[in-house]
Design a protein around this ligand. Sequence first.
Ligand code: GLU
Length: 419
Amino acid sequence: MSGGNNHDNPFKIAQQQIQACADILDLPQSTRQVLLHPMREFHVNFPVRMDDGAIRVFEGFRVQYNDAKGPAKGGIRFHPEETIDTVRALAAWMTWKCSLLDLPLGGGKGGVICNPKEFSPAELERVSRAYIRAIGPFIGPEKDIPAPDVYTNPQIMAWMVDEYSSIVGKNQFGVITGKPLALGGSPGRGDATARGGMYTLREAARKVGLDLSKATMAIQGYGNAGSYAASLAESMFGIKVVAACDSKGAVTCKDGLCVLKVAEHKANTCSVLGCEGTVDLSNEELLQMDVDILVLAALEGTLTQKNAHKVKAKLIVELANGPTTPEADEILYNKGIHVIPDFLCNAGGVTVSYFEMVQNAYMYYWDEKEIHEKLDKKMTRAYHEVFDTSKRHGINMRKAAYVVAVQRVVDAMKVRGWV
Ligand code: GLU
């Protein structure tokens, strides 16, 4: 999570990563200055009437980090600890993510400081609509296209599209992605982040010589990405998922968890803790388990210099954004652990969001099989570009992903005459 000092500040980390990449690419100072800062950001305060009749004023942000390659794209988070620097970092990572997948999009992110778990459904709807009224002038299918992220979901996207459509006086499905199927959503968007990560895991396992049908996996985070990762790892490859956790704690079963039972238990009780047939564990213990694959699917700042040396997994699948600090990256690289870095590994979500935009524009919809094939092709290609670049430069996978992604953004800025 984001904190007060520089070291814990995700945006400082994002900037440190950009500097390291700019050194490898030998970029001039002026180009670095553009890459190190968001191009545009909006701070909004908006009132919402709560169920008890009182008015509460919420603070929100929308950051358009860089739109050299196309309109800004990225999710909206509702989180009590949201900060502008977290949103800036996430917007920067979206820029590299879209570039790495070769999508004609820039990077953006939004956030509202709130705890949606405390809202009634009607309050959640009013907060969602009010945020869109506040940022409405700055978004649009050709400017900036939001989507779901931490604690937001397809229903929230539907309210937001409806609100935006009434502002502009016409249906504008293309303004937001991750919508429900009933309102211009794309088949395959629900599990896209996890599925995309599984395609990169398949390629990585081939590179490191790991037989996935005999592999074990621990999953940190059991939200959209983590729970789909559990069921897909099992159904696609026969991986044994032996542990899972959420913000309240972890559970394990050495013969393998029943992943559907864990998901059902979490849906009923809001936690994986206490699921039948499992033993409790601490979240730190889960990170240190002797498994083949560790999936990071929670928030930023999970692996740091304090715990990275205790990781025993051979492969790390980063479905969260920013789960590993630069110091932890060095430790993992020196230990020979293969990391599939966040903005490569979790790019399946935005890739299917892009397919959703294309379908909205065409008013013609593909079937799920077609989405899976197109997603597989894009993820596999991006994985190999990053892997080959890491070997060519003798650098870790994250730095290699930066080299590929940042170079493309710089090329776009150059031909536009910005740098
Ligand atoms: N929030 C997701 C991400 O961090 C998806 C963004 C999108 O679909 O625009 O990649």
